[in-house]
Design a protein around this ligand. Structure first.
Ligand code: MLT
Length: 202
C-alpha cells in the first residue's frame, strides 16, 4: 500500500498508524501525530479504494452503507500490510496505536472487530459501527478514544453509543469525548485525544 514512514526518536513509544478520511491522503493526519505523540514513529497509509476520485479504505454501496465483503478484504489487507511494515521498518508489531478519522476510523474499528491483536489501541475520530452481528475478539488491554459530535449527520450519537458498548463489552477500555459539532475534526477534539493518549501511554 502507498504510505509514508517516519522514524520516531522514542523507539519504546507506540507506533502511530494514521488512517485518513474519505478524499484524504497519507499526509492529512501528520499534524495530529505530532500533537499526540511527538516521539513516536509514524506509519501513514493511503487508502487503496477510489470513489469518484476520492481515496478511501474500503468500498461503500451508499453513504453509510458499507460493502461488507470489501470491508473484510481491505481490513485484512491493511493488517497484513502493517505486519510487513513492522518487518521492513523494524518496529514492534504488538505496540501499534491507530489514529483514524471518519473512513479511516471505520477501518481501524474494523481491525479491532475482525482481527485479534491487530491494534494495541486506537484513537477513533467520528467512527461508525463497522459491522453488526459478529462476535468481537477479546479486547482486554486495548485502549480506545472515541471522538464524536453530538450533531454529526454521518455518525449519529446512537451509533457512537452502540460502538462504545460493543467495544466495552469485548473488554476494551473506552473513553468517549463529545464535541458540540458535526462530522468535522475540531482542534479541541484533537487536544482531548492527545491528553487521553498521554494519560494512557505515559
Ligand atoms: C464511511 O463511508 O466510512 C463513512 O460514511 C464515513 C465517510 O464519509 O467516509
Amino acid at each position: 500500500m502507498k504510505h509514508l514512514f517516519k522514524q520516531g526518536s522514542d523507539t519504546k513509544a507506540p507506533v502511530l498508524l494514521l488512517l485518513h478520511g474519505t478524499g484524504g491522503t497519507e499526509h492529512d493526519l501528520l499534524g495530529l501525530a505530532d500533537m499526540v505523540s511527538p516521539g513516536s514513529s509514524v506509519l501513514s497509509v493511503r487508502g487503496n479504494v477510489l470513489e469518484n476520485g476520492m481515496l478511501r479504505f474500503f468500498r461503500r454501496l451508499a453513504e453509510g452503507v458499507f460493502d461488507m465483503e470489501d470491508l473484510q478484504f481491505r481490513t485484512k489487507e491493511l493488517h497484513d500490510f502493517v505486519n510487513q511494515a513492522s518487518v521492513d521498518y523494524t518496529f514492534d508489531r504488538s505496540n501499534v496505536v491507530a489514529i483514524g478519522y471518519s473512513n479511516g476510523a471505520n477501518i481501524a474499528a474494523s481491525m479491532l472487530f475482525h482481527i485479534p491483536g491487530s491494534l494495541s489501541g486506537a484513537i477513533l475520530h467520528h467512527p461508525m459501527v463497522p459491522r453488526r452481528e459478529i462476535a468481537l475478539p477479546n479486547l482486554t488491554g486495548v485502549s480506545c478514544f472515541i471522538g464524536a459530535g453530538n450533531n454529526d449527520p454521518i455518525c449519529a450519537p446512537s451509533e457512537t453509543e452502540e460502538l462504545t458498548s460493543l467495544l466495552t463489552d469485548a473488554g476494551a477500555n473506552v473513553t468517549v469525548h463529545w464535541e458540540s459539532a458535526g462530522h468535522q475534526l475540531t482542534r479541541t477534539e484533537v487536544e482531548a485525544s492527545a491528553a487521553w493518549y498521554q494519560a494512557t501511554y505515559k
